[in-house]
Design a protein around this ligand. Structure first.
Ligand SMILES: C[S@@+](CC[C@H](N)C(=O)[O-])C[C@H]1O[C@@H](n2cnc3c(N)ncnc32)[C@H](O)[C@@H]1O
Length: 314
């Protein structure tokens, strides 16, 4: 039988992390005692469902319960993007991964705790991945300054309240916040949006969570581009910049929020135009040069924010 180290927390540890002000500061340290599935109002059953998530706060409707089916099959973390995230996390030993999904980009060699609202996404987390708490960014069930760093990758545009989620990340972080997001202006120059699926440019959620929007809400933020490799293993929408054929793969497009957010008519029309251009060679003539590039800036951005030390700590 496969056993997993995740979701094995001591009851004391859970009591500490699930209260915002637990008195003496706890160490965010998993202990090696068995703990079962914890729900508000339910009793704790030692040893039961060791791999189940710890559910401690109200979770808003989780769109990824529907959208997330098959996510981990096509959204494998890309090692080059992962390396840039690792570098941004610096020397942080304890990391909270918010909107953690199926566990992509959870840095190795550090003590990671995941927060994810969707049961579907949690169910796809590998057994060896970090312990996960089923909760939302807007209401993180941890004491102030519980983690060295908090991380949020390709999730902020989904949050019901961006400012509240960012304030929560700041509250629970001692040293640094690292966020990966998309800037849609860059997408406007990419053939996928400009020539075939222009509707994606008007998706409001995305335009509200740009790197400059985040920097406006998080004082001291720096922004750096993340070049997306041509053979990026994480098949998000813009990662197909040099692989138009993948837009016809149902498994690839099914978990894409961008794809599912535009109308069926827009999807069908764009795909018909793209198919015709691929068959006639028109796409190749206009954009075939992209197939030779190793990577491209398609608007992926890393936002990094140092957290101020409280005055009492000098
Ligand atoms: C595109 S997935 C990204 C998952 C993972 N970070 C990755 O890079 O693969 C977006 C994730 O954000 C989560 N999410 C949506 N709303 C959220 C919220 N309010 N708080 C935290 N996570 C949220 C979704 O459930 C989903 O797992």
């Amino acid at each position: 039988m496969r056993t997993s180290p995740r979701a094995i927390y001591s009851l004391d540890y859970l009591r500490a992390i699930t209260r915002k002000n637990p008195g003496p500061r706890h160490e965010a340290e998993p202990k090696n005692s068995a703990l079962g599935y914890v729900r508000p109002g339910r009793s704790y059953r030692p040893g039961s469902r060791r791999n189940a998530p710890i559910r401690v706060s109200r979770v808003s409707v989780a769109p990824y319960d529907r959208l997330g089916r098959g996510y981990s099959r096509v959204r494998q973390p890309d090692p080059r993007i992962a390396a840039q995230i690792e570098a941004a996390l610096g020397s942080a030993r304890t990391v909270l991964n918010v909107g953690a999904g199926t566990g992509s980009y959870e840095p190795g060699g550090r003590e990671v705790t995941a927060v994810e609202p969707s049961a579907e996404m949690i169910g796809q987390r590998p057994p060896e991945s970090a312990p996960v708490v089923q909760a939302s960014a807007e209401e993180l069930p941890f004491a102030d300054r519980s983690f060295d760093a908090s991380l949020a990758v390709l999730t902020v545009h989904h949050w019901a309240n961006l400012a509240a989620g960012l304030a929560e990340m700041r509250r629970v972080s001692r040293e640094r916040i690292v966020i990966v997001t998309f800037d849609p202006e860059a997408l406007a120059e990419l053939w996928i949006a400009s020539d075939y699926f222009p509707e994606i440019l008007s998706l409001k959620r995305r335009s509200e969570a740009t790197s400059s929007e985040l920097a406006g809400l998080l004082a001291g933020a720096t922004i750096e581009p993340i070049p997306v490799p041509r053979e990026c293993t994480d098949l998000f929408f813009a990662a197909l910049w040099g692989r138009p054929e993948k837009l016809f793969d149902a498994e690839v497009v099914r978990p894409m929020w961008v794809w599912q957010s535009i109308s069926e008519e827009a999807r069908r029309g764009g795909r018909e135009r793209l198919r015709a251009d691929l068959e006639s060679g028109a796409w190749e003539r206009r954009y075939g040069h992209l197939r030779a590039l190793p990577s491209l800036d398609v608007g992926l951005r890393l936002v990094s924010v140092p957290c101020a030390q409280p005055e009492s700590e000098g």
